[in-house]
Design a protein around this ligand. Structure first.
Ligand code: GLC
Length: 437
């Protein structure tokens, strides 16, 4: 489609824009819906401070002090994006999102419109260019994060009061986005952050995002520019807001910071493979994605506390990935200490975190006749009984069958008729249980 044939080439109202975006959404979201697991990368000068990516604001530093103490000491080492992408691939991720410019305003590419950037600050290194190349090398879909607020750009603050400043600020975003979306080939996702205290309307994101969609017709956009876009992005929790069909939970690796914090110091707060698998199973169970962050060290190397857990998750996914990738429907079933996912081809998966001591595993809410139960972890078939929607998998030994992470997966082949997969509660209990238990 040429740029002027795009439905976004003409001036649209917010309503028209959102309706146009909704029309083609399902088509655009196919890869995302199957992907289920992505890696977020927060890397920028703030890594030098090693406390938090908001260091500039939280320490009440002036831009001059930050530049002197932090930015001037930031020396990314060439090749680091390949390390991130290699780890993402080993972990079983299908896409990556890189922070190209955080709220501190420092661009990680050779920008002509933002001189506060990695190349103009003395490094012969366009990190975004390398990141895009690394994603292609390791077969990752490519996401670029773009902060709307900018603590370094004077017109950002002024925009609240001064109309001319706001016009310049809007243009600044369009120019930066044009660079990002025309210099590096196909980009799959634009990940906005922090429109506050502005709104999508007063920064005219209808026109900006129309431009984005003419430059990259298949791009997925998140809703953080204040418009209704393609996904919902719960942050640091796993609950979608229920308004959007597609969603992605973004999570730090340690509950403390998106930017680098000392790996040894933070290790006790960092996720284990089991907890990552549990989060992934939980998001997949609700038909969402998990976007798990790493905050590389000042030189760009992967934080040590993330390496082993992520590799272990990747090992686990090699054996059990069928339960995660391509899950296609949110489920409302009950399995004690397990999670369930369902595939388009009538395959149900039970991801079992704790194995039973009673010798069998109850699966509550199977809305179809079961034909076969197989354990992905040991490759064996299991006997079962089924009464209505209650399935019982027999002879399940206590203890972890799975030696990689201790999470066992049963694959259940369902036949027709294919009904509702929904927890069933004995009538005597129903009255005492709240709906959302
Ligand atoms: C927030 C924070 C930010 C982080 C982002 C990730 O909005 O401002 O530091 O980059 O969330 O989702």
């Amino acid at each position: 489609m040429s740029e002027n044939q795009s439905p976004f080439a003409k001036k649209l109202t917010k309503r028209e824009y959102e309706a146009e975006v909704a029309k083609t959404r399902d088509e655009r979201m196919k890869w995302f819906a199957d992907a289920k697991f992505g890696m977020f990368v927060h890397y920028g000068p703030y890594a030098v401070a090693g406390m938090h990516e908001w260091y500039l604001a939280l320490s009440a530093s002036s831009n001059e002090q930050y530049e002197r103490e932090v930015t001037q000491k930031f020396h990314p080492k060439k090749g680091c994006a390949y390390e991130w992408a290699k780890l993402a691939s080993e972990a079983g991720c299908k896409y990556m999102v890189m922070v190209t410019r955080h709220h501190d305003g420092y661009s990680m590419w050779d920008s002509d419109c933002n001189p506060y950037n990695v190349v103009k600050y003395g490094h012969d290194y366009d990190v975004v260019a390398e990141f895009v190349d690394a994603c292609r090398k390791y077969n990752m879909r490519i996401g670029l994060y773009h902060s709307i607020i900018d603590w370094h750009y004077p017109d950002c603050g002024e925009s609240a009061r001064d109309f001319d400043a706001r016009v310049r600020f809007i243009k600044y975003h369009r120019d930066m986005l044009t660079e990002l979306l025309t210099r590096y080939g196909k980009i799959d996702m634009l990940w906005y952050d922090m429109c506050y205290p502005f709104t999508g309307e007063n920064l005219d994101f209808v026109a900006t995002n129309s431009l984005v969609r003419t430059l990259q017709p298949d791009i997925i956009i998140n809703p953080r520019s204040g418009l209704e876009e393609d996904i919902d992005t719960p942050e640091e929790h796993l609950n979608p807001n229920g308004k959007q069909k597609y969603w992605e939970a973004c999570m730090t690796f340690n509950g403390l910071s998106w930017g680098y914090v000392d790996s040894e110091e933070v290790a006790g707060y960092s996720y284990t493979p089991q907890r990552i698998i549990k989060m992934m199973a939980e998001t997949a169970d609700r038909n969402g994605n998990l976007l798990l962050n790493i905050g590389p060290a000042p030189d760009g190397s992967v934080p040590a506390d993330a390496v082993k857990p992520l590799r272990t998750v990747g090992e686990w996914l090699k054996v059990n990935g069928a339960a995660i990738y391509g899950a296609s429907k949110p489920l409302d079933m009950w399995v004690p200490n397990g999670r369930t996912t369902l595939k388009k081809n009538n395959m149900l998966y039970v991801i079992q975190l704790i194995t039973p001591v009673l010798g069998y595993l109850p699966v509550n809410g199977v809305g179809a006749p079961v034909k076969k139960v197989r354990c992905l972890t040991d490759g064996k078939e299991y006997q079962f009984t089924q009464e209505g929607t209650k399935l019982t998998i027999l002879d399940v030994a206590h203890g972890h069958v799975d030696k990689i992470a201790g999470v066992t997966v049963f694959e259940i082949t369902c036949g027709e008729p294919f009904g509702k997969f929904q927890r069933a509660v004995p009538p005597a209990l129903a009255a005492t249980l709240r709906e959302e238990v």
